[in-house]
Design a binder for this molecule. Structure first.
Ligand code: ADP
Length: 434
């Protein structure tokens, strides 16, 4: 085998080796391995990789002889007038054979490394159509760089391009995560400050309006005072849900758990929504587990969850539709479902609706109020109780929201089954079906 053939064979086997390594090494180690391999197999004094900074339009060393890297890392090579810059601009290999007389050689590197450059081969580092940087080999020990060296460097540069691209993506992800984190913090403190600042003046408005409503018997003022009180109460609810979301997000929400009869809570919340259901001509029914379902929970928080689910079910269901709240025992858990025959939720959106402020339809075009907080609060509250919440839905057919809570093991004897007629509306006008 000739000298050239054996060199080619070694280059090929090292390229195969590099291919195997590429998947296992992090990008910096891979780039360092590439320059070491390039120097060894092109018999060069050293090799280096420079990355292009498009904003400053200069090149910076990101891999090279490791002993000199601390010095090289501080150097910027201008694109204009340098051989590395020409490689980048023309997207083609460049060869300097009499470097001493060539003005395109960036002398600062020579000065700092104490190496005299006689020959230099520079190839573009690309990923797809984009030229990301340059791979350079300096001073072939014997003779000049030839076509084989150029081909070998180009193969290595292809590996380096993929590694650089990956590194850029990683940096972008880290930067974006930092930005998202900062935005999230701004959002949280905005919510916290706003809900806190609004609470006091609203309390004063509500208190005084309620007082005036009691004191002024004049029927002429009554509708105006009612309007103030109703709107102030609505605003209070908005502020409370902002405050709740803030507490749950910041982890300051605490659970004051006690034994809770889930069926009783469901019946109460459903009764409270009956007037709205009637107004919207929606048939609201409840279908409860025969036995008592006792859970260890904070009743107020479960009421908020039920209220949010039920309010959504009514809001997103058209006139003539049906909404049913049901409960059932599954081994170790109590399960509650709120089913509606409303507009439904596209599959792609079903995971996102539990995020804070997420709404399927833009708040600018939608017909319903709301801030996109109800479901995120519901999820946080259910998870705080060691439960889970989820949705199943089909666009145009309706949605079923379900949650489970661990059932409390009650040692006392099972309660008497309740006798409720199957189809007769109960006192609140609700249809209870067992
Ligand atoms: P909002 O205050 O907007 O109702 P939620 O967090 O409660 O906030 O709900 C988030 C979004 O999920 C809603 O804006 C709506 O797009 C969708 N959604 C929630 N419940 C239903 C439902 N029962 N039917 C259809 N879409 C729903």
């Amino acid at each position: 085998m000739s000298n050239n053939q054996s060199k080619r064979a070694r280059q090929l086997s090292r390229l195969i080796e590099l291919n195997h390594l590429a998947a296992r090494l992090d990008s910096s180690t891979l780039l360092q391995t590439i320059v070491d391999m390039a120097a060894e197999l092109t018999q060069s004094d050293y090799c280096s990789i420079l990355i292009h900074d498009p904003q400053a339009d200069e090149l910076r060393f990101i891999a090279g002889p490791w002993l000199h890297m601390p010095v090289l890392a501080k150097i910027s090579v201008p694109v204009e007038g340098s051989i590395a810059g020409a490689t980048l601009r023309y997207n083609e290999p460049q060869l300097l054979t009499a470097a001493e007389q060539d003005s395109r050689l960036y002398r600062r590197v020579e000065e700092l490394l104490g190496i005299r450059t006689r020959t230099l081969l520079s190839v573009p580092v690309r990923f797809r159509e984009q030229v990301l940087g340059v791979l350079q080999a300096v001073n072939r020990t014997e003779g000049e760089y030839d076509h084989e060296d150029t081909a070998f460097l180009l193969s290595l540069a292809a590996q380096a391009g993929a590694a650089l691209y990956l590194q850029q993506l990683e940096t972008q992800i880290v930067e974006m995560q930092a930005k998202v984190g900062a935005l999230e913090e701004h959002k949280t403190s905005f919510i916290s400050i706003t809900s806190h600042e609004l609470r006091t003046p609203l309390g004063i408005i509500l208190g005084n309006a309620t007082f005036l409503r009691q004191m002024l018997n004049n029927p002429e003022f009554r509708p105006h005072l009612d309007a103030i009180v109703i709107s102030a109460l609505r605003l209070k609810e908005v502020i409370e849900s902002l405050g709740r979301a803030d507490n749950l997000q910041s982890g300051t929400a605490r659970l004051r758990a006690e034994e809770v009869d889930l069926n009783a809570l469901i019946a109460d919340v459903a009764t409270g929504n009956q007037a709205e259901a009637n107004r919207r001509k929606i048939q609201l029914t409840i279908h409860l587990e025969q036995d008592n379902l006792i859970v260890e929970a904070e009743a107020d928080k479960i009421v908020v969850v039920l209220q949010n689910l039920l309010r959504n079910a009514l809001a997103f269901t058209d006139e003539g539709g049906f909404v049913q709240v049901s409960s059932q025992r599954i081994p170790g858990y109590a399960q509650v479902t709120v089913t509606d025959t409303g507009i439904g939720i596209p599959t792609g959106e079903q995971g996102r609706i539990f995020e804070r402020f997420y709404q399927v339809e833009s708040h600018l075009t939608r017909h319903h109020g709301g801030m996109g907080l109800g479901l995120s609060v519901a999820r946080a509250m259910i998870e705080l109780h060691g439960g889970q919440i989820w949705v199943e839905s089909q666009v145009g057919r309706g949605s079923t929201f379900s949650f489970v809570l661990p059932e409390k093991q009650v040692l006392s004897k099972p309660p008497e089954p309740k006798e409720v007629p199957a189809s007769q509306p109960d006192s609140a006008g609700l249809n209870r079906n067992h």
